[in-house]
Design a protein around this ligand. Structure first.
Ligand SMILES: Nc1nc2c(ncn2[C@@H]2O[C@H](COP(=O)(O)OP(=O)(O)O)[C@@H](O)[C@H]2O)c(=O)[nH]1
Ligand SMILES: [Mg+2]
Length: 299
């Protein structure tokens, strides 16, 4: 695919075009990406998407912390994209104030709740970074850990995901006991259903090379908290290399998760996702499956 793309870019530009050598060179350095019809150069080094649902209390502190840290490290060569949807509190107002104040903060707002997964995907779509990822609004992962994580993307890795369950992880404040049980049960299920060997698919900090993300972005459809599984599964199926690394993590109160309802939704979602990738899917009545899926997801 890379070779084809390279040929495409060169033929698009014309071999004699003086720019082509420079562009080819930059492409080979991974600075050009293919987005259905256009070739473009990322405008920023790093894009951080922050999904925010009713986060008026937790978001400002996180934004101040991240803005101070990342502007010291990258100047203006980064951006923070806040995606809010269906909020009943002041989150959209707060986010737009930050976007007005800082040129490197963008804000997307949707009137209806989309779910964390869909919100992150919408953020990815408008991201201008060479490296694109997401973190939670509650600041559970410190920016220093993010810097350590994205260093892996210099090497042969296409993605890097934070883990609370590896040797070397530092969980400063633990999540409630029931959440831990649910987390391990979910991890077990994901291993069985998808053969994904990561210890923690659900930690809210993941970063990817733009090229890898672009290859799967248009296919993503899971909108809830289990969207991470779809993201990782599609990348791994596409032979992209994803590294799991230990991070420092703090559980923060004010979670949007209802352990029983969210767990059930996630279960339905991942079983549906697995079905979609199975041979059986072609033989099934799609209308019936989609209706069942929608009904179950609403329970
Ligand atoms: N935009 C958006 N963000 C969401 C939605 N649901 C959850 N989030 C965000 O997802 C992130 C993780 O949620 P959180 O409640 O902290 O989950 P926990 O850390 O697993 O307890 C936070 O930034 C939430 O604001 C949603 O429907 N839309
Ligand atoms: Mg949280």
């Amino acid at each position: 695919m890379i070779t084809n793309l390279n040929v495409w870019i060169i033929s698009f530009l014309g071999k004699e075009n003086r720019q082509s050598t420079l562009m080819e060179h930059r492409y080979l350095q991974g600075k050009f990406y293919f987005d259905s019809r256009v070739v473009y150069v990322p405008k920023k080094f790093l894009s951080i998407v922050i999904p925010a649902y009713n986060e008026a209390k937790r978001l400002p502190e996180t934004l101040d912390w991240y803005i101070e840290f990342f502007s010291n490290v990258f100047g203006k060569d980064f951006e923070i994209i806040i995606v809010s949807d269906g909020c009943q509190d002041e989150t959209p107002k707060i986010a737009s104030l930050y976007a007005e104040k800082y040129t490197y903060v963008k804000h997307l707002n949707f009137p209806k709740r989309l779910g964390k997964g869909r919100a992150v995907t919408e953020g990815f779509r408008i991201a201008d970074g060479e490296i694109v990822g997401f973190v939670d609004a509650d600041g559970s992962v410190p920016p220093e850990s993010i810097c350590k994580m994205i260093k892996y993307l210099d090497e042969s890795w296409d993605g890097v995901i934070a883990s609370r369950w590896m040797d070397g992880s530092r969980v400063v404040i633990h999540e409630p006991f029931l959440r831990k049980i649910a987390s391990r049960a979910f991890n077990f299920l994901i291993r069985i259903l998808f053969g994904i060997r990561f210890k923690d698919t659900q930690c809210g900090a993941k970063f990817f090379k733009r090229s890898a993300l672009n290859a799967i972005l248009s296919e993503l459809y899971v909108s809830d908290f289990s969207f991470d599984v779809e993201l990782l599964y599609r990348l791994l199926r596409g032979k992209f290399h994803v590294k799991e690394v230990p991070v420092m993590w703090k559980y923060r109160g004010g979670s949007k998760i209802n352990i029983f309802r969210t767990s059930f939704q996630m279960l339905v979602s991942v079983v549906g996702l697995r079905l979609k990738f199975s041979r059986l899917y072609k033989k099934l009545n799609k209308k019936l499956i989609n209706t069942m899926y929608k009904v179950l997801r609403r329970l």
